[in-house]
Design a protein around this ligand. Structure first.
Ligand code: KG4
Length: 340
């Protein structure tokens, strides 16, 4: 039987709807990004984000259905991001999904946003278990052990800021646009790591921390400005990126000493980072050639509904459906989504 899953993603500043046929055939994945609107604020304005989701969601849904050449009558289930994310933004996707569910009598499937980032890799290759996932985005930095499908154990995480948040803040203090990650990445490739920055979390835990590094850049930039010393932006970007990414790589390698895995998978917006992509491949090859590294293509690193539909499709097979009485969960822990 033909299985058609609709995915809806609205956890931050992308309104997205996807149509997925039989697990792997992505018929459409429409993403409407609000980045240009938030640029003038230097970051995502939650209330503005919710309002734009309201304006966009119907058009994005219509476009996704049209492109996929399906109607709501063809749909088997609606999978949506229940959390984590911005509460108002999540609500818009949730209300749209509930309305469709009631009108067309279609089951709902609640999906954890980070599970989506991890399973986005399955558009390229199936995950093999056990595996370790490094999920790095604007709101999250987590090292996750998956013993079996849809079983998530967080083995390391940030103690304060997410890595993407640090990239965006460093870009802002350097007078660069939002989102700062891709800009810092480009500049860093043209510079040298000549500024000395502290590398926190040099310990045996699998946790990371970005608040101290971020503050060190902010203080250094202010000090250089006060002294009227020119700042070489490319070098500052390179110095920050070196410490920020190497902190992740060090913890990943430490985790691999403790967890015997078949694959390492990346996910989330920061997995688009060129230095991180290179380093993960190189370093893992050096320690164990048999561990396969899966890196999502750029189109599914940042937020999209295809990855939500993908997880929804797995839950559909297990008949795990959402309750209409449930609401969004802005702080949903990945482990609480776990099937184990
Ligand atoms: O996953 P995502 O689209 O949204 C969240 O769920 O947070 O990630 C957005 C984050 C932003 O902080 C952005 O600056 C960062 O991903 N990002 C990057 C790169 N591309 C996007 N950070 C570093 N290097 C990049 N190339």
């Amino acid at each position: 039987m033909r299985k058609i899953i609709i995915g809806i993603e609205s956890s931050c500043d992308e309104t997205s709807v996807a149509v997925l046929e039989n697990d792997n055939n992505l018929l459409s994945n429409i993403v409407s990004s609000q980045v240009q609107i938030h640029q003038k604020y230097g970051g995502v304005m939650p209330e503005v984000a919710s309002r734009i989701h309201v304006e966009q969601i119907t058009m994005v849904l219509e476009e996704a259905l049209n492109k996929a050449n399906v109607t709501m009558e063809d749909v088997s289930a609606i999978a949506l991001t229940k959390g984590p994310g911005l509460i108002g933004a999540l609500h818009v996707g949730m209300q749209a999904a509930k309305t469709l569910s009631l009108v067309y009598d279609i089951p709902l499937i609640y999906v954890h946003h980070l599970a989506g980032h991890i399973y986005a890799n399955e558009f390229i290759k199936p995950l093999q278990y056990p595996c370790l996932a490094l999920v790095v985005s604007g709101g999250n930095t987590e090292l996750v052990y998956l013993k079996e499908p849809l079983s998530f154990e967080i083995v390391g995480e940030t103690r304060d800021d997410a890595i993407g948040e640090a990239y965006d803040k460093v870009a802002r203090v350097l007078g660069l646009s939002y989102p700062g990650g891709p800009i810092i990445d480009k500049l860093a490739n043209k510079g040298n790591p000549n500024y000395n920055l502290p590398s926190p979390m040099n310990d045996k835990s699998l946790d990371v921390s970005y608040s101290g590094l971020k503050t060190a850049v902010v203080n250094l930039v202010h000090k250089l400005k006060q002294n009227k010393t020119d700042i070489i932006v490319e070098d500052m970007a390179s110095s920050f990126q070196l410490v920020a990414v190497n902190m992740l790589i060090d913890k990943l390698l430490l985790a691999l000493e403790q967890y015997d895995v078949k694959q390492v998978v990346l996910g989330g917006g920061v997995s688009a980072n060129s230095y991180l992509r290179r380093q993960v491949q190189e370093k893992i090859k050096e320690i164990n050639n048999e561990i396969e590294v899966l890196i999502p293509p750029l189109w599914c690193c940042t937020d999209n509904a295809a990855m939500i539909a993908k997880v929804g499709s797995m839950l559909y097979d297990k008949k795990i459906f959402g309750d209409l009485n449930d609401g969004v969960d802005p702080d949903w822990r990945l482990e609480d989504f776990s099937l184990l």
